[in-house]
Design a protein around this ligand. Structure first.
Ligand SMILES: [Zn+2]
Length: 133
C-alpha cells in the first residue's frame, strides 16, 4: 500500500466496512468519530473504542452532483449524501436511486457498504436504500 500514513487508519476502516464489519470510534462520553482519529474530536479523549455501526442509517442531507471533479467524472450525476449511523455521520454516494427524479428523502433508511468509483475503481463509501420498501 502506498497510502500516506495519515490515511492508513481510514483504509483499514474501509476494508472493515467492505467486509460488513464497519465500526465507529467512540469515546467514554459517547462521542463518535471515524479513523484516522486518535482522539475524540469533541472532548479530546484518547480512549477510543470501536463500536459496530448500525445496520442502517438515515439520510440527513444530500445533494445531487451533476458537474463532478475529475475523480468523479464518470460517476456524475450522482447523489452525495450524509447519513446518521448512531454516534457518527457518514458521507458517501447514494446509489440505487435515480438522481434525476425525486428519489431521495431526508429520513430515508440506507445501508452502507463499499463499492468502486466508476471513474477509477477506487473504493468508495456507498449507501443503498435499505430493504423492505
Ligand atoms: Zn468525546
Amino acid at each position: 500500500m502506498s497510502a500516506p500514513a495519515s490515511n492508513a487508519g481510514y483504509d483499514e476502516w474501509l476494508d472493515a466496512l467492505a467486509d460488513g464489519e464497519g465500526y465507529a470510534l467512540a469515546c467514554p462520553d459517547g462521542h463518535g468519530s471515524l479513523p484516522p482519529r486518535r482522539v475524540c474530536p469533541e472532548c479530546g479523549s484518547a480512549t477510543l473504542t470501536e463500536e459496530p455501526l448500525a445496520e442502517t442509517g438515515t439520510v440527513e442531507t444530500y445533494s445531487v452532483v451533476h458537474v463532478a471533479g475529475p475523480r468523479f467524472a464518470d460517476d456524475a450525476p450522482y447523489v452525495n449524501a450524509v447519513a446518521d449511523f448512531g454516534p457518527v455521520r457518514l458521507t458517501g454516494v447514494l446509489r440505487g436511486v435515480s438522481p434525476d427524479v425525486d428519489g431521495v428523502d431526508v429520513g430515508d433508511g440506507v445501508a452502507v457498504g463499499v463499492e468502486e468509483r466508476a471513474t477509477d475503481g477506487e473504493p468508495l463509501v456507498v449507501f443503498r436504500p435499505a430493504g423492505g420498501e
